[in-house]
Design a protein around this ligand. Structure first.
Ligand code: ADP
Ligand code: MG
Length: 238
């Protein structure tokens, strides 16, 4: 569960080809980081995988099955939105349970999953609070909890820490890495921050104007950047 294959996937908005056809394989259980400058197409690529955008060309396979025509709810993936996407008038419990309620799961199963996620995320004592009564880090954990309860084949993160202050960001980075260690579920993580990419990734995908410049482990990219763009972006001389 959690293997994702992109085959000649392309995206155009009108005349603008934001993602020229690209191939990419994400292995089950990998922590993959899409990194590149602002506007290079990271979010678009993630949204194509999530099913929030339709591909202009190519195919997306999830665990070997063609998911290209499936909507976001049918893909079995969970997008983690920034913590400000929480419902302020609902308790933490209701926020985390929300996708399960929408999916029509019975109350006992909802409670079981919410409590399991709360335990993993150290939120057990906060389930009856509102988001406004939590710290920024706790709110981000609630947003992650809302993804965990769906037991997805992969988690998709789009710059989840960009609205947290620098100190909190370092802590959350570690928490997400630890969560990956514990769950061993595929994670795709979008960032423009080289340090996040280098410290969190099993595999980094360097994007530039919608093209993949290089795919490799942090060490591979650091030691053998393929070109000046990668070298400059990852921060090693070539
Ligand atoms: P990143 O996440 O790397 O900052 P995006 O994927 O958001 O980049 O955007 C890549 C390019 O696609 C940008 O030039 C952006 O303006 C364009 N773009 C993104 N979404 C749309 C859209 N819905 N319509 C038209 N252009 C878009
Ligand atoms: Mg973006």
């Amino acid at each position: 569960m959690g293997q994702i294959t992109l085959s000649k996937v392309a995206k155009r908005f009108g005349d603008a080809e934001v993602i020229p056809p690209l191939d990419l394989i994400i292995d089950d259980g990998e922590f993959v980081v899409f990194v590149g400058p602002s506007g290079c197409g990271k979010s678009t690529l993630l949204r194509l995988i999530a099913g929030l955008e339709d591909t202009s060309d190519g195919r997306i396979l999830i665990d070997g099955k063609d998911a290209t025509a499936l909507g976001p709810a049918q893909r079995g993936l969970a997008m983690v939105f920034q913590s400000y996407a929480l419902y302020p008038h609902m308790s933490v419990r209701s926020n985390i349970a929300f996708p399960l309620k929408m999916a029509g799961l019975d109350k006992a199963e909802q409670d079981r999953r919410v409590e399991g996620a709360a335990k993993v995320l150290n939120l057990t004592n906060y389930l009856d609070r509102r988001p406004g009564q939590l710290s920024g880090g706790q709110r981000q954990r609630v947003a992650i909890g809302r993804a965990i309860v769906r037991e997805p084949a992969a988690f998709l993160f789009d710059e989840p820490l960009s609205n947290l202050d620098a100190a909190l960001r370092v802590g959350m980075r570690l928490e997400i890495s630890e969560l990956h260690e514990r769950l061993k579920t595929t994670m795709i993580y979008v960032t423009h921050d080289q340090v996040e990419a280098m410290t969190m990734a099993d595999k980094i995908v360097v994007l530039n104007a919608g093209r993949i410049e290089q795919v490799g482990s942090p060490l591979e990219l650091y030691r053998t950047p393929r070109n000046l763009f990668v070298a400059g972006f990852i921060g090693s001389p070539k």
